[in-house]
Design a protein around this ligand. Structure first.
Ligand SMILES: Cc1cc2nc3c(=O)[nH]c(=O)nc-3n(C[C@H](O)[C@H](O)[C@H](O)COP(=O)(O)OP(=O)(O)OC[C@H]3O[C@@H](n4cnc5c(N)ncnc54)[C@H](O)[C@@H]3O)c2cc1C
Length: 476
């Protein structure tokens, strides 16, 4: 059956777009290994269709032979969702050849792109048409809009524009049976039944394969200003967020928090970046104000906010970027934390969300519990505080080997942190998704009725369990 299937796939996509291990000198590791290098799977073949009809034909051929399919975009996902397992029986379906911008509709404020379009290229296409596509994240040079939709990615602009879900108006999807759902609507209103678009978004390739999407466009802001503020505590950071909402309204487009240890790692591993204000304060905050009037208006609003914050004691010191290049430099420091922590060694990562008002108590209590249970751990805390999303990462004590630390402590630390998240009414995955990494945790932390409904949806749409099996929902 396998050679027959491979022949069919070659016939559908062309021989050059069906890569297998048999061919000499073929390295499939870019598709088989996850971004964090935690897992290396083995695919039966990497298949690279060039259009929606080819995707549908590939799925039909796989469905007829009971062959599982793992969709993949830029392979930057952080929860082991887009790589094959190690059985050698799954098809890795890479969407990256499908990267065209199909249409821009300026009057409707929409852009329609294929799933494999790299996020940075989508941002550039929007800009060339005179608009803003606001989704922005550290992996934007490699991740694709199909992957962003598959994971409902968040990023740095959520406080103003929402997650990828809020930016999407329509989808084109190939179902598990190989049928095409033509749902590329640019409608902002459509109450004709169940919301299939939102069902697909965030389903991590387990319910259908997204082949194209219609996304919202926004006017470009007239001015954008960035500030970096030292705050004396997490309570003060939350207070500053409230003030920023009040004073900037919809102008508040970014609100990131960074702990002192996280910034010390940037200072240690990337000293050329010159991290400001971090030495004398437990937390720093990065704020962005996007203004629809002009730079002068934005600056006076921003300065008013910072003055009020200093008067009330929630900011101890602050700098406002003088120009775009300084602003980019400040954002670059924030984005470098991920790389700096990797330089320091492996750590135990948590991408969690908690109601903003409860974050100070969560951090104080959980830090204390961890210090008691695993003495010496160092907390790499940073994240999108404006959305209640923390990257709450636990680094090995100084001088302790990261691998050994993970081996001995990962389960214990995860349980401690996730139990705390549950106690604080939070989520164990804020923006990265579930993938394989957290699939086993869902039965412990997700509402049982919600989980039962999720299983029913999966059974209805993919009864053969061929689309990304074992991801999101654990295998039975
Ligand atoms: C440095 C760095 C910074 C990051 N910052 C953020 C951040 O701020 N916010 C955030 O949310 N994430 C972040 N991420 C995680 C990652 O970039 C996102 O999850 C991104 O959306 C994944 O896109 P991708 O194209 O790489 O998808 P992949 O990794 O290829 O796939 C991710 C998941 O989506 C599924 N999928 C992919 N394409 C499709 C499709 N066409 N149809 C259906 N399912 C599909 C896959 O099967 C898999 O389950 C970051 C990652 C890195 C490496």
């Amino acid at each position: 059956m396998t050679p027959l299937l491979l022949d069919q796939l070659r016939h559908i996509c062309g021989p050059a777009n069906v890569l297998t291990h048999d061919a000499p000198a073929t390295d499939l590791s870019p598709w088989e290994q996850d971004w964090r290098k935690r897992v290396t799977g083995r695919a039966l073949a990497v298949v690279r269709p060039g259009n929606t009809a080819e995707v549908a034909a590939v799925v039909k051929a796989c469905a007829a032979t009971g062959t599982a399919i793992v969709p993949q975009g830029g392979n930057t996902g952080l929860v082991v969702g887009g790589v094959p397992d190690n059985s050698g029986t799954q098809i890795l379906l890479s969407l990256t050849r499908m990267n065209a911008v199909r249409a821009v509709d300026p009057a409707n404020l929409t852009i329609t792109v294929e799933a494999g379009c790299v996020l940075q290229n989508l941002q550039a296409a929007a800009e060339n048409a005179g608009f803003l596509f606001p989704l922005s994240l550290g992996a934007e040079g490699s991740c694709t809009i199909g992957g962003n939709l598959g994971t409902n990615a968040g990023g740095t602009q959520v406080v103003r524009y929402g997650n990828t879900r809020e930016l999407c108006l329509g989808l084109e999807v190939v179902t598990a049976q190989g049928d095409i759902w033509h749902g590329l609507s640019g409608l902002r209103k459509d109450n004709t039944g169940y919301d299939l678009r939102n069902l697909m978004i965030g389903s991590e390739g387990t319910l259908g394969i997204i082949t194209a999407a219609t996304m919202k466009l926004y006017p470009q802001p007239a001015a954008q200003l960035t500030a970096w503020a030292a705050v004396p505590s997490m309570e003060a950071a939350v207070q500053l967020l409230g003030l920023a909402h009040q004073r900037l309204g919809p102008g508040l487009t970014g609100f990131e928090v960074m702990g002192q240890f996280a910034l010390s790692l940037v200072d240690k591993h990337y000293p050329q970046l010159r991290v400001p204000l971090w030495q004398d304060t437990p937390w720093c905050v990065l704020l962005e104000n996007s203004d629809s009037e002009n730079e002068q208006h934005a600056r006076s609003q921003f300065e008013g906010l910072l003055e009020a914050a200093m008067d009330s004691g929630c900011v101890s010191d602050a700098v406002v970027a003088e120009n775009l290049s300084q602003a980019k430099g400040l954002w670059h420091i924030r984005e470098t934390i991920t790389l700096a922590q990797a330089q320091e060694g492996l750590n135990i990562k948590h991408d969690i969300s908690i109601p903003v008002s409860r974050i100070p108590d969560f951090v104080a209590e959980t830090d204390a519990l961890l210090a008691r249970e695993v003495p010496g751990v160092r907390m790499v805390d940073f994240g999108h505080l404006g959305d209640g999303n923390l990257h709450y990462n636990v680094q090995a004590p100084e001088g302790v080997d990261g691998k050994a630390f993970l081996r001995e402590n990962e389960d214990k630390v995860n349980t401690l942190v996730f139990d705390q998240v549950k106690r604080f009414d939070g989520s164990i995955s804020a923006e990265h998704g579930v993938g394989e990494l957290k699939a086993g945790k869902l039965p412990l932390y997700k509402d049982p009725t919600a989980l039962a409904m999720m299983r029913a949806v999966k059974q209805a749409l993919d009864p053969q369990n061929l689309l990304n099996p074992g991801r999101v929902l654990p295998l039975p």
